[in-house]
Design a protein around this ligand. Sequence first.
Ligand SMILES: Nc1ncnc2c1ncn2[C@@H]1O[C@H](COP(=O)(O)OP(=O)(O)OP(=O)(O)O)[C@@H](O)[C@H]1O
Length: 338
Amino acid sequence: MASISFRNVTKRFGDTVAVDNVTLDIRDNAFFCLFGPPLSGKSTILKLILGLEHPDEGEILIDGRPVTNVSPAKRNVAMVFQNLALFPHMTALKNIRFPLVERRIDPQTIAARVTDVTDKLHIGHILHKPPAQLSGGERQRVAIARALVRDPVAYLMDDPISALDARLREETRVELRRIQQQMGKTLVYVTHDQEEAMSVADSMAIFENGKVRQTGKPEDLYRHPNSTYVASMLGAPAMNVVPMGLASGLQVPNMPTRAESLGVRPENLRIASGQGATITEVEPLGGFTTLTVDLQGTPLRATLRGQPRFSAGESVALSVDAGRAHFFDPAGAVLVAQ
Ligand SMILES: Nc1ncnc2c1ncn2[C@@H]1O[C@H](COP(=O)(O)OP(=O)(O)OP(=O)(O)O)[C@@H](O)[C@H]1O
């Protein structure tokens, strides 16, 4: 069990500031997602926790104790790397047993732990195969099993299921969530997939260029983004952000005078018969429908439940659900959410 904290941590590689003055608190037993675009510093954060990299400035604490001078082995954190790093000449079973054999754990304990973990991951039937004979999803599970079989203070996973197809990713993330809860361990999980982060995380940090832009529970970040950047990172389709010059077409009361732009989630954009905007596209997606609406040359997205009877070319009036407009200043920082 472990909480993990970063205190003003900076890590540079030459001229690149990979991690820029990051302060983070990951509580014990959390499923914590690091989320952001490529090269925003997420993997470097994991390597700093693991002890493979060292901060240039600041301090990292595990369970409240600084780990600057603690070797990776003594930190006792288990990692699943993006490239899985399975040993090709060993069977799945030997790969999974490896961290325990290396630590000279007694064979009975090894057998019990391997059975426990392989049952949880439903891979008991493939243990005799080497990695080359496994599917991508199976290899992924073997790599995850090899991390879970240890008894570390925390697990770190670097985009562990990005190589899987959409359905398998969805299944695996649900399982990971379940297993993390069963194990009762802190899991720090890197992803660049907002849906994955939103669905599994207790708490998350959103990164941009090595900086943490906002941390919190996914639903809080979704409802109360502190900036257009965070707003745009969560939700699909993304939040509509329109310049205030167009806001009068959305019938929003009490607009702050300092606002530069107004943000509306697609599910909070109301569409009714009337004038002011034109529907340009209708995408029926089964349970809901996505509409694209042209507001004076600016395309806005709206999601509606079911299959509403709107068609392309139709004139409509737009409005925003009461209390669901966001206002941003010229720098993109939130002013107030209504
Ligand atoms: N060992 C290294 N040497 C030099 N530069 C590095 C090294 N590791 C990371 N970087 C740089 O630090 C920055 C952050 O990289 P990092 O891998 O942490 O980002 P990331 O958000 O995990 O990206 P991805 O989602 O693509 O894995 C990048 O600009 C990267 O090129």
